[in-house]
Design a protein. Structure first.
Length: 177
């Protein structure tokens, strides 16, 4: 299509090719978007996606292990909630003490904190179930050895005391002494 002066028009917005004016239907180079090779557009999208993923990964890594002040170390803070109701009775204080000394302490000899609590959870019939519980607090390195130790503690408690679950709450933290 040409204008009255004979200049060739590129689209309905009457931008002249010589001016290379971006219009709603053209790129910054002046070529209509529908005439650009599809590879150029997909390469641009890949670059944007890569940039977005990089930012996301940087953000997530700083939440897990970064941000500790000088003199602090990155660590994992764990809370494990052990219910004491079991078929035919409850886990006694002596049974808990034995479990703590034979199963937990050898895996975390550097220290731990434990306290008794009153727990409540919703059973499968929708009713609240209340029971005496023990809460175990651990601070440990974010490594495979500690992860394996926590999983073994949970598995052994469930097996020994016929428990369906042990609640585990895990968070990244900074520690100092």
């Amino acid at each position: 299509m040409t204008s009255a002066s004979g200049a060739r028009l590129t689209n309905r917005w009457s931008a002249r090719v010589e001016d290379k004016v971006p219009t709603p239907n053209s790129s910054a180079r002046g070529a209509p978007l529908d005439r650009l090779p599809s590879r150029s557009l997909s390469m641009l999208n890949w670059r944007r996606l890569l940039a977005a993923c990089s930012l996301l990964l940087v953000g997530c890594s700083s939440l897990q292990h970064g941000g500790c002040a000088p003199g602090e170390q990155a660590a994992v803070s764990e809370f494990l909630y052990f219910g004491t109701d079991m078929p035919g009775g409850i886990v006694s204080s002596d049974e808990w003490a034995k479990f703590l000394s034979t199963t937990v302490t050898p895996r975390f000899p550097g220290g731990l904190t434990v306290w008794q609590a009153s727990g409540q959870w919703q059973s499968s019939d929708g009713k609240p179930t209340r029971e005496v519980s023990y809460v175990l607090s651990l601070i440990h390195p974010a490594d495979a050895q500690a992860e394996t130790a926590v999983q073994a503690i949970v598995a052994e408690y469930k097996t020994l005391f016929h428990q369906d679950a042990v609640l585990r709450v895990k968070a990244y933290a900074c520690k100092s002494l």
